[in-house]
Design a protein around this ligand. Structure first.
Ligand code: MG
Length: 153
């Protein structure tokens, strides 16, 4: 058994979709990123790579590589797991954003991630909270996520 931690942050800008856990959330802004900007999945990828001591997302999927332009982060997650050969025991994660409220979308996000990883949905935990108006995240200019993953490797 090995444990890993991952975190990520993206600016929120107009004219971009807000993708979290592979689910498009209706909102006026989305993540500014080379890929689809799925901040939650990026944190999970880094946690898995970290658990296996296999580097980080930027090394495995360089932003300078045009193959990853607007990439579906769930596919990157799948590739990262295949790369490590790890079996995911469970994931816990937390997203911080000021708005919109994510509660209606949490189950769909858990389903998408569990499906990609071929694990039960009860092994994927996703929480959401605001930053109480503090810092750039609290002003609605950024979104961040943190994830912890236990793997068997
Ligand atoms: Mg990212």
């Amino acid at each position: 058994m090995r444990i890993g931690i991952g975190n990520d942050i993206h600016r929120l800008i107009e004219g971009r979709p807000l993708i979290l856990g592979g689910v498009e959330i209706p909102y006026s802004k989305g993540e500014d990123a080379h890929s689809d900007g799925d901040v939650l999945v990026h944190a999970i990828i880094d946690a898995i790579l970290g658990a296996c001591a296999k580097g980080d997302i930027g090394t495995l999927f360089p932003p300078s590589d045009e193959r990853y332009k607007d990439a579906d982060s769930l596919q990157l997650l799948k590739q990262a797991v295949e790369y490590t050969g790890a079996r995911i025991i469970n994931i816990d994660s937390s997203i911080t954003l000021e708005e919109p409220k994510l509660r209606p979308y949490i189950t769909a996000m858990r389903e998408r991630i569990a499906e990609v990883l071929s694990i039960d949905i009860d092994r994927v935990s996703i929480k959401a909270k605001t930053n109480e108006g503090l810092d750039e995240t609290g002003k609605g200019n950024a979104i961040s996520a943190i994830a912890v993953v236990l793997v068997e490797n």
